[in-house]
Design a protein around this ligand. Sequence first.
Ligand SMILES: O=c1ccn([C@@H]2O[C@H](COP(=O)(O)OP(=O)(O)O[C@H]3OC[C@@H](O)[C@H](O)[C@H]3O)[C@@H](O)[C@H]2O)c(=O)[nH]1
Length: 287
Amino acid sequence: MKYEVVHCPSVLIIIATLFFHLLLLQPSLSVGFKIKKPKRILVTGGAGFVGSHLVDRLIQRGDSVIVVDNFFTGRKENVMHHLGNPKFELIRHDIVEPILLEVDQIYHLACPASPVHYKFNPVKTIKTNVVGTLNMLGLAKRVGARFLLTSTSEVYGDPLQHPQAETYWGNVNPIGVRSCYDEGKRTAETLTMDYHRSAGIEVRIARIFNTHGPRMCIDDGRVVSNFVAQALRKEPLTVYGDGKQTRSFQYVSDLVFIFHIIYKMENLMECWKTTLPYTNIFHFVSY
Ligand SMILES: O=c1ccn([C@@H]2O[C@H](COP(=O)(O)OP(=O)(O)O[C@H]3OC[C@@H](O)[C@H](O)[C@H]3O)[C@@H](O)[C@H]2O)c(=O)[nH]1
Protein backbone atom coordinates (compact mmCIF):
# COMPACT_ATOMS: atom_id res chain seq x y z
CA MET A 1 0.00 0.00 0.00
CA LYS A 2 1.28 3.46 -0.88
CA TYR A 3 1.24 6.19 1.72
CA GLU A 4 1.40 9.83 0.76
CA VAL A 5 3.58 12.08 2.78
CA VAL A 6 1.54 15.00 4.08
CA HIS A 7 3.49 18.19 4.36
CA CYS A 8 3.51 20.04 7.61
CA PRO A 9 1.65 23.22 6.40
CA SER A 10 -1.19 21.02 5.04
CA VAL A 11 -1.48 19.27 8.41
CA LEU A 12 -1.78 22.64 10.09
CA ILE A 13 -4.50 23.72 7.66
CA ILE A 14 -6.44 20.48 8.29
CA ILE A 15 -6.16 20.89 12.06
CA ALA A 16 -7.20 24.55 11.82
CA THR A 17 -10.18 23.61 9.61
CA LEU A 18 -11.27 20.86 12.02
CA PHE A 19 -10.97 23.26 14.95
CA PHE A 20 -13.05 25.87 13.08
CA HIS A 21 -15.78 23.29 12.30
CA LEU A 22 -15.74 22.17 15.91
CA LEU A 23 -16.30 25.76 17.03
CA LEU A 24 -19.20 26.15 14.62
CA LEU A 25 -20.82 22.98 15.90
CA GLN A 26 -19.99 23.59 19.56
CA PRO A 27 -19.89 27.35 20.23
CA SER A 28 -19.61 26.61 23.96
CA LEU A 29 -16.14 25.13 23.36
CA SER A 30 -14.80 28.44 22.13
CA VAL A 31 -12.69 30.12 24.75
CA GLY A 32 -12.77 33.89 24.87
CA PHE A 33 -14.77 34.44 21.67
CA LYS A 34 -18.04 33.24 20.14
CA ILE A 35 -18.99 32.79 16.50
CA LYS A 36 -22.50 34.19 16.28
CA LYS A 37 -24.55 33.50 13.16
CA PRO A 38 -26.69 36.53 12.23
CA LYS A 39 -30.39 35.72 12.37
CA ARG A 40 -33.18 36.40 9.89
CA ILE A 41 -36.01 37.86 11.90
CA LEU A 42 -39.61 38.59 10.94
CA VAL A 43 -41.27 41.47 12.77
CA THR A 44 -44.98 41.73 12.01
CA GLY A 45 -46.19 45.27 12.64
CA GLY A 46 -42.56 46.39 12.45
CA ALA A 47 -43.47 49.84 11.05
CA GLY A 48 -45.57 50.63 14.11
CA PHE A 49 -44.68 52.56 17.25
CA VAL A 50 -43.32 49.63 19.30
CA GLY A 51 -42.34 47.45 16.30
CA SER A 52 -40.05 50.08 14.78
CA HIS A 53 -38.08 50.40 18.05
CA LEU A 54 -37.67 46.63 18.12
CA VAL A 55 -36.44 46.70 14.51
CA ASP A 56 -33.84 49.37 15.41
CA ARG A 57 -32.51 47.16 18.18
CA LEU A 58 -32.35 44.00 16.05
CA ILE A 59 -30.60 45.79 13.18
CA GLN A 60 -28.16 47.37 15.63
CA ARG A 61 -27.41 43.87 16.91
CA GLY A 62 -26.42 42.81 13.38
CA ASP A 63 -29.43 40.68 12.48
CA SER A 64 -31.40 40.76 9.21
CA VAL A 65 -34.95 41.97 9.63
CA ILE A 66 -38.04 41.52 7.48
CA VAL A 67 -40.88 43.85 8.40
CA VAL A 68 -44.42 42.90 7.39
CA ASP A 69 -46.94 45.71 7.92
CA ASN A 70 -50.25 46.75 6.35
CA PHE A 71 -49.69 50.40 7.43
CA PHE A 72 -53.06 50.67 9.17
CA THR A 73 -51.41 52.31 12.18
CA GLY A 74 -47.77 51.72 11.18
CA ARG A 75 -45.90 54.34 9.14
CA LYS A 76 -43.11 54.03 6.59
CA GLU A 77 -41.36 57.01 8.22
CA ASN A 78 -40.79 54.91 11.36
CA VAL A 79 -38.43 52.58 9.48
CA MET A 80 -37.34 54.94 6.67
CA HIS A 81 -33.82 55.17 8.12
CA HIS A 82 -33.28 51.46 7.38
CA LEU A 83 -34.33 51.61 3.70
CA GLY A 84 -31.26 50.84 1.58
CA ASN A 85 -29.71 48.69 4.32
CA PRO A 86 -29.22 45.22 2.76
CA LYS A 87 -30.15 43.68 6.13
CA PHE A 88 -33.59 45.30 6.06
CA GLU A 89 -36.69 44.42 4.02
CA LEU A 90 -40.10 46.07 4.17
CA ILE A 91 -43.17 44.23 2.86
CA ARG A 92 -46.63 45.77 2.69
CA HIS A 93 -48.82 42.83 3.62
CA ASP A 94 -51.84 42.15 5.80
CA ILE A 95 -51.17 39.09 7.96
CA VAL A 96 -54.83 38.11 7.71
CA GLU A 97 -53.57 36.61 4.41
CA PRO A 98 -50.89 33.89 4.69
CA ILE A 99 -47.32 34.70 3.66
CA LEU A 100 -44.38 32.35 3.04
CA LEU A 101 -40.98 33.56 4.25
CA GLU A 102 -37.76 31.86 5.32
CA VAL A 103 -36.94 33.18 8.80
CA ASP A 104 -35.25 31.99 12.02
CA GLN A 105 -37.30 34.00 14.51
CA ILE A 106 -40.73 35.66 14.59
CA TYR A 107 -41.80 38.65 16.70
CA HIS A 108 -45.54 39.04 16.17
CA LEU A 109 -46.71 42.60 16.91
CA ALA A 110 -49.20 43.34 14.13
CA CYS A 111 -52.44 44.73 15.57
CA PRO A 112 -53.74 48.21 16.40
CA ALA A 113 -53.19 48.71 20.15
CA SER A 114 -54.81 52.03 21.01
CA PRO A 115 -58.50 51.73 22.02
CA VAL A 116 -59.39 54.43 19.44
CA HIS A 117 -57.75 52.43 16.65
CA TYR A 118 -58.82 48.91 17.59
CA LYS A 119 -62.43 50.01 18.06
CA PHE A 120 -62.44 51.72 14.63
CA ASN A 121 -63.00 48.39 12.85
CA PRO A 122 -63.63 45.81 15.60
CA VAL A 123 -64.25 42.89 13.24
CA LYS A 124 -60.93 43.56 11.51
CA THR A 125 -59.22 43.77 14.93
CA ILE A 126 -60.42 40.35 16.04
CA LYS A 127 -59.66 38.90 12.60
CA THR A 128 -56.08 40.22 12.84
CA ASN A 129 -55.66 38.67 16.26
CA VAL A 130 -57.19 35.32 15.39
CA VAL A 131 -56.61 34.67 11.67
CA GLY A 132 -53.41 36.76 11.58
CA THR A 133 -51.91 34.97 14.58
CA LEU A 134 -52.96 31.61 13.13
CA ASN A 135 -51.12 32.44 9.89
CA MET A 136 -47.98 33.50 11.76
CA LEU A 137 -48.04 30.40 13.97
CA GLY A 138 -48.41 28.28 10.82
CA LEU A 139 -45.32 29.98 9.42
CA ALA A 140 -43.41 29.43 12.70
CA LYS A 141 -44.30 25.73 12.54
CA ARG A 142 -43.21 25.41 8.90
CA VAL A 143 -39.82 27.06 9.37
CA GLY A 144 -39.21 25.95 12.97
CA ALA A 145 -38.93 29.52 14.31
CA ARG A 146 -39.32 30.57 17.94
CA PHE A 147 -42.43 32.75 18.14
CA LEU A 148 -43.01 35.74 20.42
CA LEU A 149 -46.60 36.93 20.71
CA THR A 150 -47.12 40.48 21.94
CA SER A 151 -50.25 40.28 24.03
CA THR A 152 -51.71 42.91 26.30
CA SER A 153 -52.61 43.84 29.87
CA GLU A 154 -56.16 43.95 28.49
CA VAL A 155 -56.36 40.14 28.75
CA TYR A 156 -57.08 40.87 32.44
CA GLY A 157 -60.12 42.93 31.38
CA ASP A 158 -61.55 44.83 34.34
CA PRO A 159 -59.36 43.00 36.87
CA LEU A 160 -60.50 42.05 40.35
CA GLN A 161 -56.90 41.52 41.43
CA HIS A 162 -54.33 44.37 41.80
CA PRO A 163 -51.62 44.16 40.70
CA GLN A 164 -52.29 41.19 38.43
CA ALA A 165 -50.07 38.13 38.63
CA GLU A 166 -49.42 36.27 35.38
CA THR A 167 -51.44 33.41 36.85
CA TYR A 168 -54.56 35.60 37.20
CA TRP A 169 -57.13 34.70 34.51
CA GLY A 170 -58.83 38.08 34.34
CA ASN A 171 -62.33 39.47 34.32
CA VAL A 172 -63.22 40.17 30.70
CA ASN A 173 -66.55 41.26 29.26
CA PRO A 174 -66.98 39.11 26.12
CA ILE A 175 -69.57 41.43 24.57
CA GLY A 176 -68.16 44.87 25.44
CA VAL A 177 -66.72 47.46 23.04
CA ARG A 178 -63.17 46.45 24.02
CA SER A 179 -63.73 42.72 23.57
CA CYS A 180 -62.60 42.70 19.91
CA TYR A 181 -59.12 43.41 21.32
CA ASP A 182 -59.32 41.75 24.76
CA GLU A 183 -60.86 38.51 23.51
CA GLY A 184 -58.85 38.67 20.28
CA LYS A 185 -55.60 38.72 22.26
CA ARG A 186 -56.87 36.04 24.65
CA THR A 187 -57.60 33.79 21.64
CA ALA A 188 -54.18 34.64 20.20
CA GLU A 189 -52.63 33.48 23.49
CA THR A 190 -54.70 30.27 23.36
CA LEU A 191 -53.61 29.55 19.78
CA THR A 192 -49.98 30.21 20.71
CA MET A 193 -50.07 27.75 23.62
CA ASP A 194 -51.98 25.15 21.57
CA TYR A 195 -49.39 25.33 18.79
CA HIS A 196 -46.71 24.91 21.45
CA ARG A 197 -48.42 21.90 23.03
CA SER A 198 -49.53 20.18 19.83
CA ALA A 199 -46.78 21.11 17.35
CA GLY A 200 -43.84 21.69 19.70
CA ILE A 201 -43.24 25.28 18.58
CA GLU A 202 -41.14 27.33 20.97
CA VAL A 203 -43.27 30.25 22.06
CA ARG A 204 -43.08 33.28 24.33
CA ILE A 205 -45.95 35.58 25.31
CA ALA A 206 -45.35 39.18 26.45
CA ARG A 207 -48.31 41.02 28.00
CA ILE A 208 -47.64 44.66 27.22
CA PHE A 209 -48.90 47.46 29.45
CA ASN A 210 -49.46 51.12 28.59
CA THR A 211 -46.36 52.15 26.61
CA HIS A 212 -45.16 55.59 25.51
CA GLY A 213 -42.17 57.13 23.74
CA PRO A 214 -40.94 58.59 20.45
CA ARG A 215 -42.91 57.78 17.24
CA MET A 216 -46.19 57.55 19.12
CA CYS A 217 -48.79 59.25 16.92
CA ILE A 218 -50.14 62.51 18.27
CA ASP A 219 -53.64 61.17 17.50
CA ASP A 220 -52.85 57.78 19.04
CA GLY A 221 -55.68 58.32 21.53
CA ARG A 222 -53.88 56.83 24.53
CA VAL A 223 -53.61 58.85 27.68
CA VAL A 224 -49.92 59.84 27.44
CA SER A 225 -50.11 61.21 23.88
CA ASN A 226 -53.46 62.88 24.64
CA PHE A 227 -52.08 64.65 27.70
CA VAL A 228 -48.85 65.69 25.95
CA ALA A 229 -50.79 67.04 22.95
CA GLN A 230 -53.21 68.92 25.21
CA ALA A 231 -50.38 70.34 27.32
CA LEU A 232 -48.55 71.55 24.19
CA ARG A 233 -51.74 73.23 22.99
CA LYS A 234 -52.17 74.71 26.51
CA GLU A 235 -55.54 72.99 26.79
CA PRO A 236 -56.94 71.38 29.95
CA LEU A 237 -56.14 67.67 30.33
CA THR A 238 -59.23 65.50 29.89
CA VAL A 239 -59.48 62.88 32.62
CA TYR A 240 -62.09 60.25 31.79
CA GLY A 241 -64.30 59.07 34.66
CA ASP A 242 -63.19 59.82 38.21
CA GLY A 243 -59.47 59.43 37.47
CA LYS A 244 -59.14 56.69 40.07
CA GLN A 245 -58.53 54.00 37.44
CA THR A 246 -54.94 52.73 37.62
CA ARG A 247 -52.43 52.00 34.90
CA SER A 248 -48.83 50.82 34.73
CA PHE A 249 -46.76 52.93 32.34
CA GLN A 250 -43.51 52.00 30.61
CA TYR A 251 -41.08 53.61 28.20
CA VAL A 252 -40.78 51.97 24.79
CA SER A 253 -37.02 51.24 24.96
CA ASP A 254 -37.52 49.45 28.29
CA LEU A 255 -40.23 47.34 26.67
CA VAL A 256 -38.01 46.40 23.72
CA PHE A 257 -35.25 45.42 26.15
CA ILE A 258 -37.74 43.18 28.00
CA PHE A 259 -38.80 41.55 24.69
CA HIS A 260 -35.21 40.60 24.13
CA ILE A 261 -34.94 39.01 27.60
CA ILE A 262 -38.24 37.15 27.23
CA TYR A 263 -37.30 35.88 23.77
CA LYS A 264 -33.93 34.60 24.96
CA MET A 265 -35.17 32.95 28.17
CA GLU A 266 -34.74 29.22 28.00
CA ASN A 267 -37.14 28.18 30.74
CA LEU A 268 -40.62 28.48 29.27
CA MET A 269 -43.03 30.12 31.60
CA GLU A 270 -46.36 30.62 29.90
CA CYS A 271 -46.41 34.41 29.79
CA TRP A 272 -44.73 37.51 31.15
CA LYS A 273 -46.08 40.90 32.10
CA THR A 274 -43.86 43.76 30.97
CA THR A 275 -44.96 46.05 33.74
CA LEU A 276 -43.87 48.58 36.36
CA PRO A 277 -45.73 49.87 39.45
CA TYR A 278 -49.25 51.23 38.98
CA THR A 279 -50.40 54.81 39.27
CA ASN A 280 -53.89 56.26 39.01
CA ILE A 281 -54.73 58.75 36.26
CA PHE A 282 -55.19 61.69 38.67
CA HIS A 283 -51.79 61.05 40.19
CA PHE A 284 -50.39 60.83 36.67
CA VAL A 285 -51.85 64.25 35.76
CA SER A 286 -50.09 65.80 38.74
CA TYR A 287 -46.59 64.87 37.42
O1 LIG B 1 -57.45 61.48 27.24
C1 LIG B 1 -57.52 60.49 27.99
C2 LIG B 1 -57.22 59.16 27.56
C3 LIG B 1 -57.34 58.13 28.45
N1 LIG B 1 -57.72 58.36 29.74
C4 LIG B 1 -57.81 57.27 30.72
O2 LIG B 1 -56.49 56.81 30.94
C5 LIG B 1 -56.49 55.39 31.11
C6 LIG B 1 -55.54 54.77 30.09
O3 LIG B 1 -56.19 54.76 28.84
P1 LIG B 1 -55.44 54.54 27.44
O4 LIG B 1 -56.34 55.00 26.37
O5 LIG B 1 -54.08 55.18 27.50
O6 LIG B 1 -55.25 52.97 27.24
P2 LIG B 1 -55.40 51.66 28.14
O7 LIG B 1 -54.46 51.70 29.31
O8 LIG B 1 -56.82 51.45 28.47
O9 LIG B 1 -54.90 50.57 27.12
C7 LIG B 1 -53.60 50.71 26.58
O10 LIG B 1 -52.60 50.19 27.42
C8 LIG B 1 -52.55 48.83 27.59
C9 LIG B 1 -52.35 48.16 26.27
O11 LIG B 1 -52.34 46.79 26.40
C10 LIG B 1 -53.42 48.57 25.33
O12 LIG B 1 -53.17 48.00 24.07
C11 LIG B 1 -53.48 50.04 25.22
O13 LIG B 1 -54.45 50.46 24.40
C12 LIG B 1 -57.94 54.94 30.95
O14 LIG B 1 -58.50 54.76 32.21
C13 LIG B 1 -58.61 56.07 30.22
O15 LIG B 1 -59.97 56.18 30.53
C14 LIG B 1 -58.01 59.65 30.19
O16 LIG B 1 -58.35 59.88 31.34
N2 LIG B 1 -57.89 60.67 29.29
